[in-house]
Design a protein around this ligand. Structure first.
Ligand code: PLP
Length: 393
């Protein structure tokens, strides 16, 4: 693909493939688990869909090109992609992982991979000294998730990847929050990019899927072996739905991110809001670094109200967003991390992770930003009124 195309053009070129046989403007859904072999001795490209399927291939090729990697892989969920990637490690190997890593990644490391002798150390990856000090002779992977969930902390991908290379380790980056529209970790030196494609890439809260993109043939070969061996592949129809979601990724996430920037600024100006976490706000501690490695603050922000009671009032009063886990959809999604994504942490651990009891996370969808702001503004009026009643004033 020529470098002269803009990303949005590339996105369409990679996802619209005219079928040579029929001229169909979309990749067909090849619902076939097996493939007839014409020749007794020479088998064709496809034999069995766990090992390869033309619809899944089209998706895998598209994400590989968009992330600037050598090969893409589609999995049954983000966790299937992440778990398969960690199995590039062997017993006795060690991984360095962010303290505030996605909960499912925390769970697979602490409750599954440890049983197979894969060791890990949790560190604050925003602090490079901490990362460096955790490196051991058996460290094989430094894992990065930036911006992190739900406080949107920013890790320096370029610096971590350089550190990893100097110690002969790989860098894995979970790029779910940014997508290749805003951040391309392989171009910054990472070795493997991971996605929960359930989020922005699907974009419509209708598919659970994962994607991985390898930056080198060596990793690609090993990951392909594992994808086929473990078998957590993405189904054919869901592969097609992801290709469809990808086509509008650029316009969706840009519109959502524009609204998110406005909404973050709105919350920052409200007296009921103690703190806004959004890497596109200049007072965010990672804002400068984020702007060096990504082209937008993204479509997810968190904001902290006084306490749990105010968060509850806010959630009960808003009319537009759904109240749910997940993110990255056409509809705005409001979630309460202390009882949702981070329910497994106790209050002490949550406070340490910066997750106060009044914290709400907002994934901004495609509603008009003015309507969303009005909805939030009305909800804050209600929060204020109830709190005034509650405090007996
Ligand atoms: C949702 C999510 C995952 C897990 O993906 P699933 O598709 O739910 O398995 C991993 N990382 C991040 C950052 C996520 O938001």
């Amino acid at each position: 693909m020529s470098e002269s195309f803009h990303f949005s053009t590339k996105l369409i070129k990679e996802t619209v493939a005219v079928d040579p046989q029929t001229g169909a403007a979309n990749v067909p859904v090849y619902l076939s688990s097996t493939f007839h072999q014409k020749d007794f001795d020479h088998y064709g490209k496809y034999d069995y869909t766990r090992s390869g399927n033309p619809t899944r291939d089209a998706l895998e090729d598209a994400i590989a090109s968009l992330e600037g990697g050598v090969r893409g892989f589609a999995f049954a969920s983000g966790m299937a992609a992440i778990s398969t990637a960690f199995l590039l490690l062997s017993a006795g190997d060690h991984a360095i992982v962010p303290k505030n890593v996605y909960g499912g990644t925390f769970r697979i490391l602490t409750q599954v991979l440890g049983r197979f002798g894969i060791e890990h150390t949790f560190v604050d990856t925003t602090n490079l000294d901490e990362v460096e000090q955790a490196i051991r002779p058996n460290t094989k992977v430094i894992y990065v998730e930036t911006p992190s969930n739900p406080t949107l902390a920013v890790t320096d991908i370029r610096a971590v990847a350089a550190l990893a290379k100097a110690h002969r380790c790989l860098t894995f980056v979970d790029n779910t929050f940014m997508t290749p529209v805003f951040q391309r970790p392989l171009e910054l030196g990472a070795d493997l990019v991971l996605h929960s494609a359930t989020k922005f890439i699907s974009g419509h809260s209708d598919v659970v899927a994962g994607l991985a993109v390898a930056g080198s043939e060596e990793i690609a070969d090993k990951l392909y072996f594992l994808q086929n061996a473990l078998g957590a592949v993405l189904g054919v129809q869901d592969s097609w739905l992801l290709l469809r979601g990808l086509k509008t990724l650029d316009v969706r996430i840009r519109k959502s991110a524009d609204s998110a920037r406005r909404i973050a600024a709105f919350f920052a100006a409200q007296s009921e809001v103690r703190h806004v976490f959004y890497p596109g706000l200049t007072d965010h501690p990672g804002a400068k670094l984020h702007a060096e490695q990504a082209t937008s603050g993204g479509a997810v922000l968190s904001f902290e109200l006084e306490n749990e009671a105010s968060a509850r009032l806010f959630v009960n009063h808003v009319k537009l967003p759904v109240f749910a886990v997940s993110l990255g959809a056409v509809e705005s999604i409001l979630s309460y991390p202390p009882k949702m994504s981070h329910a497994e942490l106790n209050e002490d651990e949550r406070e340490k992770a910066g997750i106060g009891s009044g914290l709400l996370r907002l994934s901004v969808g495609l509603e008009d930003a003015d309507d969303l702001i009005r909805d939030f503004s009305d909800a804050l009026v209600d929060v204020r009124a109830q709190e005034t009643v509650g405090s007996g004033e």
